[in-house]
Design a protein around this ligand. Structure first.
Ligand code: GLO
Ligand code: MG
Length: 346
């Protein structure tokens, strides 16, 4: 019998979606937050991820006291359900103010809006008992090279992060890199860029990373190597496990759906490094296929968790001794087949 898994699982309200894409409208009715929270518990998840406006809808039209009051109400729902808020992220890519980017917009008014909204996100995180702020730099990049000064943009990102770090000394910031979409070129495409940016800030210890499988693949990189890179700096603070079939739009497929061996290697890295033992969660940033019927609206989440746990078993039963012998003998041909046979099972 294997040891009980130490993992805590998480997803966000946006991971139960209605199926709209750029070519067609929603195909499933929206589900209310309370239903999503109940499903989360039922599926064996312990934590939920949030954008600021997942916690307080229509946030830009509410006063600061009202925002905090609503955040407090949501905290109560979470407490009653025994669920923690894993992360809170400012959703800076929807508003008319951030059409040209948020922290790196060429318009100083837009930059101010982005920073103020991020500070408010930190206050909301405090109100729901969460100290981890995630920054996915959705529109921090360019459609055309000549539109922005790249070096200046990095300086603006550092200034924005410093302002957040100084606003609340208890928070940590996890940067979620992604190389493209919605931008042609994003400024912080990989974890290497994210950690280099961290080192430019006023408190690098509090600025780490979140690795998403699909984003690594979109950058042409191996997700498990990206995780190892962040781990080597003690800065893998969350993961968005999912899958991606090559260089296409960001697919957010169920974990393991496109490349089971790559999924195995990601789990193996997390296992080797006791990921989760410092309170980190395993989050699935996955979406249903548009063809999914409403009665199967959460199956992609249940399936991703199930696949993850099956792969934990595979990682724990992998014959490390035998693998070590093959490595010492430089017999990678046999090592390759050993991995394949192990994944295929007997
Ligand atoms: C999009 C990102 C997005 C973020 C989320 C949390 O490609 O993966 O889903 O993870 O907004 O910041
Ligand atoms: Mg993500």
């Amino acid at each position: 019998m294997s040891k009980p898994h130490p993992y805590r699982f998480s997803f966000g309200p946006w991971n139960i979606s209605e199926g709209a894409d750029p070519y067609g409208p929603a195909v499933r009715l929206p589900k209310p937050f309370d239903w999503k929270l109940a499903q989360l518990r039922k599926l064996g998840f312990e934590a939920m991820m949030f954008h600021d406006d997942d916690i307080v809808p229509d946030i830009d039209n509410k006063s600061a006291p009202q925002v905090l009051r609503e955040a407090g109400e949501l905290r109560k729902k979470l407490d009653d359900a025994g669920v923690i808020a894993e992360i809170v992220a400012p959703r800076l890519w929807f508003s008319p103010q951030t059409i040209d980017g948020a922290y790196t917009s060429n318009d100083p008014k837009a930059r101010k809006y982005a920073i103020n909204r991020s500070l408010q996100t930190i206050d909301i995180a405090g109100a729901v008992g969460c100290d981890l702020i995630v920054l996915w730099f959705a529109r921090e990049g360019t459609y055309l090279r000549e539109a922005k000064d790249g070096r200046r943009s990095v300086e603006l990102l550092v200034e924005a992060i410093n302002t957040m770090l100084m606003h609340d000394r208890k928070i940590r910031i996890a940067i979620e890199p992604k190389p493209n979409e919605p931008m042609d070129h994003a400024y912080i495409p990989t974890i290497g860029h994210a950690l280099a940016l961290s080192n430019l800030t006023c408190d690098p210890k509090r600025v780490g990373g979140l690795i998403e499988t699909a984003h690594c693949i979109l950058a042409g990189l191996d997700p498990s190597d990206e995780m190892d890179f962040a781990l080597s700096a003690g800065k893998l603070w969350s993961v968005h496990l999912n899958d991606q079939n090559g260089l296409k739009f960001d697919q957010d497929k169920p974990f393991g759906s496109a490349n089971l061996r790559s999924a195995f290697n990601q789990v193996r890295v997390l296992e080797r490094n006791q990921f989760g033992s410092r309170g980190e969660c395993v989050a699935f940033d996955v979406h249903s296929f548009r063809s999914t019927k409403i009665e199967h609206a959460v199956d992609h989440l249940a399936n991703s968790r199930k696949t993850f746990l099956r792969l934990v078993e595979k990682a724990r039963t992998f014959d490390e001794g035998k693998a070590g012998e093959l490595i010492a003998d430089r017999n990678y041909q046999a090592l390759d087949q050993m991995v394949i046979e192990h994944l295929l099972g007997s």
